[in-house]
Write a protein that binds this ligand. Structure first.
Ligand SMILES: O=P(O)(O)OC[C@@H](O)[C@@H](O)c1c[nH]c2ccccc12
Length: 271
């Protein structure tokens, strides 16, 4: 929790500063010209477990994730090799991302997937910003916001035509997410206290969610076997970062998570 507290303390200052430098009136102007929304919900609903592949330069626990890091070329690779959505870190200070990176990827002619603005959202301003740069979904972390704020943030995302992936760590948080209007709930497999990954805890949480809620297994998935386990537990989608970012061959790793690995051996697809 310590790290989350530190990030949130930083975020409060950052958002207030942004609101002064780039006021809501400008965000609204930009919103009017944002590209049309791609259907993130539908992308998650496709048969088989859907891959949301993540673009992140670094993390507080792992540091820099790859030497030849290039956010846009990663997103293009994800788009070409079977990911169904792309999660792009908007946080700059801790994860090396930025709203401008979300914007570049969301509007790139070679990226055809829905894009999620991955940020520590604490204020509706950030949800408007997400749509204004072309995002199709936002991450909302239950633990990061006051319970009264959660329905408002979800509603704002939906009103803008976006989806919200509402992230939880406990059964209580999952119930709160659904009660607040979440249509897509993410279960973070990584305990923020111990950094341990526990898929059984995730299964317990998934089990209390209504069948109409789409579910995403987040963090710590390292192979196709983990993906299949998550699928077996009933998850509709998975969010994978590190295992893809650290791979020597990103395209192959994405195909593997997406269940397309075998096709790579087909010479026709091997160009
Ligand atoms: O890199 P991993 O272990 O595959 O995890 C990806 C994603 O789940 C993780 O980056 C994440 C999930 N929720 C978050 C909230 C904030 C920052 C990061 C995250």
């Amino acid at each position: 929790m310590f790290m989350l507290d530190e990030i949130l303390a930083h975020k409060i200052i950052e958002v207030e500063d942004k609101k002064v430098r780039y006021p809501m009136s400008l965000v609204e102007k930009k919103l009017a010209h944002a590209r049309s929304v791609r259907d993130f919900f539908d992308a998650m609903k496709q048969p088989g477990i859907s891959l949301i592949a993540e673009v992140k330069r670094k993390s507080p626990s792992k540091g820099e994730l790859r030497q030849d890091y290039d956010a846009l070329s990663l997103a293009r690779t994800y788009s070409q090799h079977g990911a169904r959505a792309i999660s792009v870190l908007a946080d700059e200070a801790f994860f090396g991302g930025g709203a401008h990176i979300v914007e570049r990827i969301a509007n790139d002619a070679q990226v055809h997937l829905p894009v999620m603005y991955k940020e520590f959202v604490i204020d509706p301003y950030q949800v408007f910003e997400a749509r204004s740069v072309g995002a199709d979904a936002v991450l909302l972390i239950v633990r990061a916001v006051a319970p009264a704020m959660l329905p408002q943030l979800i509603e704002t995302a939906h009103q803008l035509g976006m989806q919200a992936l509402v992230e939880c760590f406990t059964v209580e948080e999952a119930k709160l997410a659904v009660g607040s209007g979440a249509r897509i709930v993410g279960v973070n497999n990584r305990d923020l206290q111990s950094f341990e990954v526990d898929l059984e805890r995730s299964e317990k949480i998934r089990a209390v969610l209504p069948s109409t809620t789409l579910t995403v297994s987040e963090s710590g998935l390292s192979s196709r076997a983990d993906a299949l386990q998550a699928e077996q537990l009933g998850f509709d989608a998975m969010l994978v970062g590190e295992a893809i970012l650290k791979a020597d061959n990103v395209a192959l790793q994405v195909r593997s998570f997406a269940g397309l690995h075998e096709e790579m051996k087909d010479p026709v697809l091997n160009d």
